[in-house]
Design a protein around this ligand. Structure first.
Ligand code: HAM
Length: 420
């Protein structure tokens, strides 16, 4: 029988590369933790209706890409394609919005699932770290989130990314614009699929990447010029706050995003080294989502950054993260008695918080030293019967190659001192 393979559109995270993924998650989470966001975790699946209503019946995510299924008990569920609807559902269910000051600020990290056509940077199982600030309408909150994402990417050493920024208007001005746009689009020479989109979700047509469609879009009514006064002022304030904090962005009137819940501010982080799947993260304001899923009016804003694509962006820029070696000390016992003694030393080191590992499987000195080398450990402890008879172990500095005898009783404190 041949070995099973990971399902199409998925891949495994394995050491040593998996360490980079963990570091990326951590780097994105750090500025959030530092800015009042609390950690939230929700189930990997939800009632399918939550996404249908929240993300939007007309979106590709809901119509084509959702892993929806019926359980043996007859529940209609879907693997989560995104995090915002779930996080808001959880906050509403626990009445977090009634328990303190608003906004409720939450961050999350996890797996998401979309049945997309796989290609580099586009997977059926992928990972996001996200943040949602629920229940406040304040341009400074939109700016805060964009600044924190920018800070996260910069802390990873990324430079070749750009921020695209737009405003999609609100429930006052967007319907008016939508109608104006529809009228314009109905007069164009479009294929049947696109004509259908004109009727269901005309703003998405602006985002069509095909040149023959883009060519026809010159002269389309401008979204920016259709914004009502309140939306215009709000957007201007977000832009000014970003500029004041030194975060540069590009105004992109065509940035519509693939989820229906957005109102006002929308933004995307794109990386220039990634080819067609260039969006490393995105988000925006979703002032109406709470009501769409049965809650009270709770204007909110958030983003999600793709971990997989952020790792690809690091590769594209040739950035290597400065990750600490997973092991600081590697113990190499020579003989049965040494095995027991050094196993004890390794256990003590670990209890003191020193990352330590052990040559298992009774290899010879040469083989074991090779493993010690590969582990990246700074120090190796080597001991045979003769050393133990003298009450010592050999402590080898793997960087300089220097080796010196250390009393067995002092080896843990000696290593701690040298590593500190
Ligand atoms: P999204 O733009 O659909 O937004 O996804 C955010 C990020 O997740 C993308 O920029 C990309 O990096 C990553 N991503 C999405 N799909 C895939 C895929 N198939 N393979 C690899 N990476 C992928 C959202 O999900 C919204 N919930 C963001 C948000 C939060 N808006 C407000 N709050």
């Amino acid at each position: 029988m041949s070995v099973f393979q990971a399902p199409r559109g998925t891949y495994d995270l394995l050491p040593p590369d998996s360490a980079t993924y963990l570091a990326v998650r951590e780097a994105i989470a750090a500025p959030l933790r530092n800015s009042g966001y609390g950690y939230v975790e929700t189930p990997g699946f939800e009632n399918v209706e939550l996404f249908a209503r929240g993300v939007g019946e007309s979106t590709d995510i809901v119509t084509k890409e959702m892993y929806a299924f019926e359980t043996k008990g007859g529940d209609r569920l879907a693997l989560r394609p995104e995090g915002t609807a779930s996080v808001l559902r959880a906050a509403l269910e626990a009445s977090l919005h009634k328990q303190g000051v608003l906004p409720v600020k939450l961050w999350y990290s996890g797996s998401y699932y979309r049945y997309e056509k796989p290609q580099k940077g586009r997977y059926r199982h992928f990972s996001q770290v996200g943040a949602e600030a629920i229940g406040a309408e304040d341009p400074a909150l939109d700016a805060e989130l964009i600044i924190l994402a920018d800070q996260a990417y910069r802390s990873l050493g990324l430079r070749q990314f750009r921020i695209l920024l737009n405003s999609l208007g609100d429930k006052e001005c967007r319907p008016v614009y939508r109608e104006k746009l529809q009228e314009f689009l109905r007069g164009l020479d479009l294929d049947e699929d696109t004509r259908r989109r004109v009727e269901i979700n005309p703003l998405r047509v602006l985002d069509d990447k095909r040149p023959e469609v883009q060519r026809q879009l010159t002269g389309a009514p401008s979204l920016r010029e259709s914004l009502c006064e309140a939306c215009r002022a709000y957007h201007q304030e977000v832009r000014e706050l970003l500029t004041e904090e030194g975060v540069s962005f590009t105004d992109d009137e065509k940035l519509v995003r693939g989820l229906d819940y957005y109102t006002r501010t929308t933004f995307e982080f794109v990386h220039d080294g990634l080819g067609s799947q260039s969006a490393v993260g995105g988000g925006g304001r979703y002032d109406g989502l709470s009501e769409m899923i049965g809650g009270p009016a709770l204007p909110s804003v958030g983003w999600a950054l793709g971990v997989d694509r952020t790792v690809l962006a690091l590769e594209a820029e040739g950035v290597r993260l400065d990750l600490p070696a997973p092991t600081s000390v590697f113990a190499v016992p020579l003989g049965e008695q040494a095995r027991r003694v050094l196993f004890g030393v390794v256990t003590q080191l670990r209890r003191k918080g020193v990352a330590a590992d052990f040559a298992y499987g009774g290899r010879g000195l040469k083989g074991a030293m090779k493993v010690a080398n590969r582990s990246g450990a700074r120090y190796a402890i080597v001991a045979g019967e003769r050393d133990l008879a003298e009450g010592i172990v050999q402590l080898k500095d793997m960087e300089s190659g220097e080796q010196s005898p250390v009393p067995l009783s002092a080896v843990v404190t000696e290593i701690e001192a040298r590593l500190s």
